[in-house]
Design a protein. Structure first.
Length: 390
């Protein structure tokens, strides 16, 4: 089976080696193991994005189809021909084309690659967080109009496309309209990512709270910062909030905002930014030196970082958004809270930090759930579901 794959993450070639961001690279290698040839229909990294490409693809049956440096999202949606026309001839011999979605080019691959069967791997919903733009600044309103325009094009293609989704909530959303639909979990977990421990919060005088992922307003980091301030005033400054991640804007505007807010909230010495960590040992070290993982997002699909935290035996606090409440069970393998509820973040962290038996139960149950989400197992399921449709 020959498979083509697209997502809007950059590729960089260095000394003949294909490099991508680690979280996607592990998935790409796992796909390549299951097919004869994997064609990567992906963008060339611009100079500013080359540092993101920190993972060298290991499989030798991968062919990169370079579709150029990614233009702005709106340009790709309104003028897809400038990116795709005449660029996809190399994948004519592919049995299937897996398009990770949503993405600005998702609605247009059927037109520019009519000779291969398109499958959407849907991992999120652009409209989930669009309401915040509706009544904002003029720029926000333009973004809102763009998202609605894109979504109409996208939904029209979903009606004609075989879809795979990575959460129960997305399954329910698209089941009534997709040509066909099935569920498969997406993950980056390999055997070396599992780390079994019975307990965290061993040192009651210092509790390390961790967040990993993109640094942006929708992740609710400001909410967690407010909770941190309340917690330390109540509990003699024992809590530290560690942020591991990156911003698409190199000037780091949200990081600067959070640092200023931390000063206002008098918790600046308890907020630590670690920058981006490489997937694998470097990132796992952060999980293994932490006590509680908190994801206070305002909207999500189902983030891979939750699986990473659980595999590293961290108790998880997460908001009831996207696929999280349909995948995790409150008080069994995670502590689930409502988004933008500061007091619920505080209560969840206090409960986990103070109740040893409850904390150990969360860790054990979550670890067992994460064991089911090994990347080899899930990729085999994904490829099988594609083959059954061909």
């Amino acid at each position: 089976m020959n498979l083509a794959f697209y997502y809007h993450i950059p590729v960089h070639v260095e000394n003949g080696k294909i490099k991508t961001p680690g979280y996607l690279g592990v998935f790409i290698d796992s796909l390549a193991l299951e097919v004869d040839t994997l064609y990567l229909v992906m963008h060339q990294a611009s100079i500013t994005r080359i540092p993101e490409c920190d993972y060298v693809l290991t499989q030798q049956n991968i062919v990169w189809v370079n579709i150029g440096i990614a233009k702005p999202a709106w340009h790709r949606t309104f003028f897809p021909a400038s990116t795709l026309k005449g660029k996809l001839n190399e994948i004519k011999n592919c049995d299937a084309f897996l398009v990770r979605s949503p993405s600005p080019l998702s609605p247009f691959f059927k037109k520019y690659a009519p000779y291969t069967r398109i499958f959407f791997l849907i991992v999120g919903d652009y409209m989930a967080g669009s309401a915040r733009y509706k009544n904002g600044t003029w720029r926000d309103k333009i973004i809102f109009l763009y998202l609605n325009y894109f979504n109409k094009k996208y939904i029209n293609q979903i009606r004609q496309t075989d879809c795979l989704v990575n959460s129960e909530s997305l399954l329910e959303s698209y089941k009534p309209i997709a040509k066909s639909i099935s569920f498969v979990r997406t993950t980056t977990l390999t055997s070396t990512d599992y780390y079994k421990r019975e307990d965290t919060c061993i040192n009651p005088q210092k509790i390390n709270i961790l967040y990993t992922g993109r640094i942006e307003p929708s992740k609710g980091l400001h909410d967690m910062l407010k909770a941190l301030s309340i917690l330390n005033k109540k509990h003699n400054n024992i809590f530290y909030f560690h942020i591991v991640g990156w911003e698409s804007d190199g000037t780091k505007p949200h990081e600067q905002f959070l640092k200023k807010e931390a000063q206002t909230l008098e918790c600046e010495t308890h907020l630590i930014f670690h920058g981006k960590k490489t997937l694998g040992e470097e990132l796992n070290t952060m999980y293994r030196h932490s006590d509680i993982y908190v994801l206070s997002s305002h909207h999500e699909g189902f983030p891979r970082t939750i699986w990473e935290a659980m595999a590293n035996s961290l108790p998880v606090v997460a908001t009831k958004v996207g696929g999280i409440p349909t995948t995790l069970t409150h008080l069994q393998n995670a502590y689930l809270i409502e988004p933008q509820k500061i007091e619920e973040i505080v209560t969840a962290i206090e409960k986990i930090a103070s109740d040893t038996e409850f904390r150990k139960s969360l860790i054990t149950n979550a670890y067992e759930l994460a064991k089911e989400n090994h990347i080899t197992t899930q990729t085999k399921k994904l490829i099988l579901q594609i083959q059954e449709k061909l």
